[in-house]
Design a protein around this ligand. Sequence first.
Ligand code: DON
Length: 330
Amino acid sequence: DRMSKDAQAEFETCGECAARLHHWVEQHKKYTSEGKCAEYIPALRYANQEALGVCIIGYDGEIIKGGEADIVFTMQSISKVISFMTVCMARGISYTLERTDVEPTGDPYNSIMRLELKKPARPFNPMINAGAITVASFLPGGTKEEKFAALLDTLEKLLGRRPTVNEKVYTSEKKTAHYNFALAHFLKAGGYLECEVEDAIEIYLKQCAIEVTVEDLAKIGLVLACDGFHPLTNKRLLPLEIARLTKAVMLTCGMYNASGKFAAFVGAPSKSGVSGGIMTAVPPRQHKATPFHNGCGIGVYSPAIDEAGNSAAGVKLLQHISTKWELSVF
Ligand code: DON
């Protein structure tokens, strides 16, 4: 048997997955003290520093939650996944990849350095801010309103509802978005924006301020886990090759300069945001005895983030669940 000792033990004791999850959340709350709420976006600093919530949705629609699972928070960088998929669907994969590569950087998410080091300065990947601002500008539509609506259309398909923007988070970030404006000006100068700098930043910051719950993130994660197919409605929501490409980018770049360690110790395509959310897609696995072996989506929220910008307790909790339930794709 190829199952690890940990997973074997878990299988033998896992009568009640929801109870287990609840227990693990309680055990991992202490790690919230290893992070700090993002302060550079003024509205984020008022989040409850000690909160930790999780939701897992499986292939058959089974859903379990733990901790503070009802908190509404903004997507922040998790929205980069949605805009990337939207641009790939509207304009094609090769068109999109001509404008942003899919190579990890090992740099912080807002780094400007590489836009100067290489000419032409094509952003390294769509998960760092430079790539995401470029992608936002290439959303389909002739105006910023149409472009943003295109992104909401994708989210509406995935969530079954049209999400809204937290205007307070949006305006508070816009006032302090100096790095992002600087990135956008470099990108504009290099020919990597389809619209004006102001519009690209408005679309990008609005997408970051879209409100979701851990259940929403789990839903999207599940569709990605199932290669773009929604197992509950039997509908294909994303083309297979775009779902696959997106998962590869999430695995290699989704947790910023901690993506390598996350791949090593959690091993499932994931995307984090500075508000403390993490969206994970767990593809089907071989170990038929472990829970959710047909694949699942996971949403985690805990607003205290580490130096890389990832939820401190969220990463620890995912690592624990992954070890116990064999979530790694490797
Ligand atoms: O542009 C920013 O800085 C934020 N709106 C989003 C960055 C982010 O979520 C990075 N994540 N960990």
